[in-house]
Design a binder for this molecule. Structure first.
Ligand SMILES: Nc1ncnc2c1ncn2[C@@H]1O[C@H](COP(=O)(O)OP(=O)(O)OP(=O)(O)O)[C@@H](O)[C@H]1O
Ligand SMILES: [Mg+2]
Length: 223
């Protein structure tokens, strides 16, 4: 499924007025492609992901997932759409301290009503695919930052998302590990036909992405 944003504007209350976080942003991410979003702090990158994830409704404009316009959907329908089709990787992994890596992934399947045994098998395969299959039974405090970030990504892939939204997954990592994470995302994006948006500060990884969008003050800067 593709992801598209059409003339999306989002404002937040700011004192007596409003702050424009996204200013008529138009973006088309085809299935099987990875778009990188860069821009200074405060330029609207995380806001763009929140709107694309349907977590925040824009003031105006349209967000479509797989050709379905989300504007008319109820809260319940949006949350079902997110569970089924949208993977979100927040900057902080937010793993549950008491659960092992494989259990972090199984929680997602449980929320989605998948069967336990099939879910466990899928979770183990995904951990292998992100290169940490042998660490499946470790808890977060027994993993490095990069390994936790891999669990975080594998968890988002657990629902087989059509749209994958990733916020600065490499900021806590050194250059080499960061590059490996971006390559991993690109490989999954192409193999599974996912529409992926990757927010990053590090433009040195961009060789493995398909498109680059630069935000400045909430607007897409022409390339
Ligand atoms: N919930 C909110 N209420 C009010 N203003 C907000 C809110 N969230 C973000 N903003 C403002 O909207 C603008 C865009 O914020 P956003 O988090 O999207 O930026 P960003 O590009 O992700 O920055 P960073 O690189 O620091 O993560 C900023 O000016 C920010 O202060
Ligand atoms: Mg941000």
């Amino acid at each position: 499924m593709s992801l598209s944003l059409n003339e999306v504007t989002l404002t937040y209350p700011d004192g007596a007025g409003r702050l424009t976080a996204l200013d008529a942003v138009t973006l088309e991410v085809p299935a099987g492609s990875l778009t990188a979003v860069v821009g200074p702090s405060g330029s609207g990158k995380s806001s763009l992901l929140a709107v694309a994830a349907t977590l925040v409704r824009p003031d105006s404009g349209e967000v479509s997932i797989g050709g379905t316009t989300t504007a008319g959907l109820s809260r319940a329908a949006l949350s079902a759409l997110r569970r089924r089709a949208v993977g979100i990787v927040f900057q902080q992994p937010n793993l549950l301290p008491a659960l092992t890596a494989v259990e972090q992934l199984q929680v997602m399947a449980h929320l989605d009503g998948q069967l336990t045994r099939a879910a466990r098998a899928k979770a183990l395969l995904l951990l292998e695919s992100v290169g940490i299959g042998e660490l499946a039974h470790r808890r977060p405090h027994q993993l490095s930052g990069g390994q936790r970030q891999r669990v975080n990504i594998a968890r988002a892939l657990m629902v087989s998302p059509s749209v994958l939204l990733v916020d600065e997954p490499t900021s806590a990592l050194d250059h080499e590990r960061g590059a490996a994470i971006v390559e991993l995302l690109a490989a999954h994006t192409r193999a599974e036909g996912i529409a992926t948006v990757l927010v990053t500060h590090d433009t040195s990884h961009l060789a493995s992405t398909d498109a680059l969008v630069t935000l400045a003050d909430g607007a897409v800067r022409s390339q």
